[in-house]
Each structure stands twice: as structure tokens, then as C-alpha cells.
Design a protein around this ligand. Structure first.
Ligand code: SAM
Ligand code: DTB
Ligand code: SF4
Length: 345
């Protein structure tokens, strides 16, 4: 591939070929970052970052065997099984997050898929957080089309369900559900009119071919996910991925993955998700330069540590990054035809 110029890499496309993505990975680092930053500026204010808060509304005791996860009942990680949180406690946490500047509130539950009683409780939580005026997001495992519709009716904006890795590497990490199960849930979520939040984890022992395959799948979905979380593996003692740890991913390769995601899905928020707690300020700054424009803010993710909030405030201030106002995400998270018609490209 000849080196892309900013003008020819910007339009939102979902017909990317695998070879084009491999060519992006092969670009010299500075070329790739220049292109990613140029793309980013066509779609977003480079001085803004979207801030979400994450709350684990149901922790631990999960039936699945995801090899990285602290919450699987199959691994002895020290994470205790807890009951579903009360509606009141969730509203208190959301109100506090909103007062701290969060515009999106994501509720996570360690479910394979929600049961009917759990769905009732979760839809009440979604409706209450929506009433506060925050964007709502949930991650509850696999959904049926009817469940996706119920969440939409309750006021849910985003549903997070990650591909995690490539289709060929996936069975080495998870055996209790298939890649196709994941794609089917994403289809149900799209069909219900919910915005999709879908990304992966880097550092499971996969290689560059898997990064290309995963990004290819994401960027050729019928519509790009509105948000693309890129997690770096947080090693949790007791999980298979801690007892036999894969080699650490080169931090510059991690930055490349962010940059390629930005170029492939230019109108999506690329979220620097799990793993920030173990990243230097300089590595994070490079990720933001490469096009990451969303983070989880708060001392804790679901069960693992996130950077201390004061440390995050200092870093954002040093980088001159301001919180993105609420609602911006909803306005821009659409595919090409709408953006083209609006003259944004
Ligand atoms: N149970 C639901 C599911 O699997 O869809 C939702 C919660 S699950 C914790 C959400 C995502 O968090 C996973 O798909 C994975 O990408 C990420 N994640 C979980 N544990 C992680 C870890 N130790 N390091 C990095 N990312 C992790
Ligand atoms: C996502 O991709 N990352 C977030 C969110 N979606 C739900 C979760 C990260 C969890 C990290 C491990 C933990 O804290 O248990
Ligand atoms: Fe359960 Fe989700 Fe953890 Fe897998 S990632 S074990 S489904 S909580």
C-alpha cells in the first residue's frame, strides 16, 4: 500500500481488507501516529476526552472460564461472590460520579447472561441512571434480542460486549462460549437500536496477526462500534493467565494498536480501558496522541485498580485535556453515510 495521506484515510469505511490493516501496522511508527492524529482531528476535538465511570453491580461467582478474569467462579482469585447491588446504592454511586464530571455510567455484572429476575432489577437501575441525565452503559454478558430490547426501552444507550481477541485465538482464552455467541449478542444489541461498545484485550499471548484479525472484525461490522475499549491485560493472581503469563506486549506495539483502531474507526471513541494503572504517564500520553479519547475515571474498575483520581486529574491537566461534554458521543457515533451527509468528512 502506498503511504496513506490524511485525506484518504479519513472517511468512515467498513470495507477494510485485512491486507490494508496489515499495511497500517507495517508503517513506520511516526507515520502511523501522524496519520492517526490527523484522522482523529477530522472527527474529534483533540483537546477533549470522554470520561466514564464503571461500577460492578454484581461481582464474582461467574460460571464462565474467561482465562483473564478475576470473577470466574472456576479460579481462586480471592474475589468473593456478592449479591446484586440495591437500586439505591447504584443511584448514590451514579450521582457521585456525575458530580465528579463523568458523563457516562457503565454498570457491569459478572453474568454469563442475565436471568429474568436480574433483568428486572437491572432495567430499574438503567432507568434511574438515565433519569439523572447521564449516558448509560451496561455489560451483562450474552443477551437475547428480547433482553436487548428491554434494556433499550429502559433507557440504555450503550451495551458493552467485547470480542476480546481474534476468532482463531479466542478458544485458547474462553471455552464456555464461542466467538459466534459474541457476534450474535452484538447483532441483537444493534437490532435493538443500542449503541455498541466493543473492543478487546491485548496481552493474552496473542500476536500481531490476532490484532489485525480482531481489528478487521471490529472495523467490518455492519456499523462500527460507537466505543472501542482497548484493555491491556491486568494479571490477576489465580487466573490461568497469571499462572502461565504470556510475554509482555511491547508498549510501542500497544500504541500502534490504538493508532490503527483510530484510523479504521475514525468516528468511534477509542477507550484506553483496563491496564492504565500499570502504564506510565508517558505511555498514556502516546496513546492519547495515537487517538485514544476515552477513559474510565475512578480508583477502581470492576475488581482491579484504576489510577488514583488525583493522579488522573494531574495527567489530564498536564496534557491540556478537558472532559468531553455529555451527549457529544451520541451525536457523532454513527456510520459514514450520516456523517458524509452532514459534511463532517
Ligand atoms: N461478564 C460480562 C462479559 O464478559 O461480557 C461483562 C464483564 S467483563 C469483566 C468485561 C470485559 O472486561 C471483558 O470482556 C474483558 O475485555 C475485560 N476484562 C476483564 N478482566 C480483565 C483483565 N484482567 N484485564 C483486562 N481486561 C479485562
Ligand atoms: C471493558 O472493555 N473494560 C471494562 C469494561 N469494558 C466493562 C472492564 C475492565 C475490567 C478489568 C478487570 C477488573 O477490574 O475486574
Ligand atoms: Fe464472567 Fe465476564 Fe469474567 Fe467472563 S469476563 S468470567 S463472562 S465476568
Amino acid at each position: 500500500m502506498s503511504q496513506p495521506s490524511p485525506s484518504d484515510i479519513t472517511p468512515v469505511r467498513n470495507d477494510w481488507s485485512r491486507a490494508e490493516i496489515a499495511d497500517l501496522f507495517a508503517l513506520p511508527f511516526n507515520e502511523l501516529l501522524f496519520n492517526a492524529q490527523a484522522t482523529h482531528r477530522r472527527h474529534f476535538d483533540p483537546g477533549q476526552i470522554q470520561i466514564s465511570t464503571l461500577l460492578s453491580v454484581k461481582t464474582g461467582g461467574c460460571s464462565e472460564d474467561c482465562g483473564y478474569c478475576s470473577q470466574s467462579a472456576r479460579f481462586d482469585t480471592g474475589v468473593e461472590r456478592e449479591a446484586l447491588m440495591s437500586l439505591e446504592d447504584v443511584v448514590v454511586a451514579a450521582t457521585r460520579a456525575q458530580a465528579g464530571g463523568a458523563t457516562r455510567f457503565c454498570m457491569g455484572a459478572a453474568f454469563r447472561s442475565p436471568k429474568p429476575k436480574q433483568m428486572n432489577a437491572i432495567t430499574e437501575m438503567v432507568a434511574a441512571v438515565h433519569e439523572l441525565g447521564m449516558e448509560t452503559c451496561a455489560t451483562l454478558g450474552m443477551l437475547t434480542p428480547v433482553q436487548a430490547q428491554q434494556l433499550k426501552s429502559a433507557g440504555l444507550d450503550y451495551y458493552n460486549h467485547n470480542l476480546d481477541t481474534s476468532e482463531s485465538f479466542y478458544p485458547q482464552v474462553v471455552t464456555t462460549r464461542t466467538y459466534q455467541d459474541r457476534l450474535d449478542t452484538l447483532q441483537a444489541v444493534r437490532d435493538a437500536g443500542l449503541q455498541v461498545c466493543c473492543g478487546g484485550i491485548i496481552g493474552l499471548g496473542e500476536g500481531e496477526d490476532d490484532w489485525i484479525d480482531m481489528l478487521h472484525t471490529l472495523a467490518t461490522l455492519p456499523a462500527h462500534p460507537g466505543s472501542v475499549p482497548i484493555n491491556r491485560l491486568v494479571r490477576v493472581a489465580g487466573t490461568p493467565l497469571d499462572s502461565e503469563p504470556p510475554a509482555q506486549v511491547d508498549p510501542l506495539d500497544f500504541v500502534r494498536i490504538i493508532a490503527v483502531a483510530r484510523i479504521l474507526m475514525p468516528a468511534s471513541h477509542v477507550r484506553l480501558s483496563a491496564g492504565r494503572g500499570e502504564m506510565s504517564d508517558e505511555l498514556q500520553a502516546l496513546c492519547y496522541f495515537a487517538g485514544a479519547n476515552s477513559i474510565f475515571f475512578g480508583d477502581k474498575l470492576l475488581t482491579t485498580d484504576n489510577p488514583d483520581t488525583n493522579q488522573d486529574r494531574r495527567l489530564l491537566s498536564r496534557l491540556g485535556l478537558q472532559p468531553e461534554p455529555a451527549g457529544h458521543g451520541r451525536a457523532v457515533d454513527h456510520l459514514s453515510s450520516e456523517r458524509g451527509a452532514a459534511g463532517i468528512d
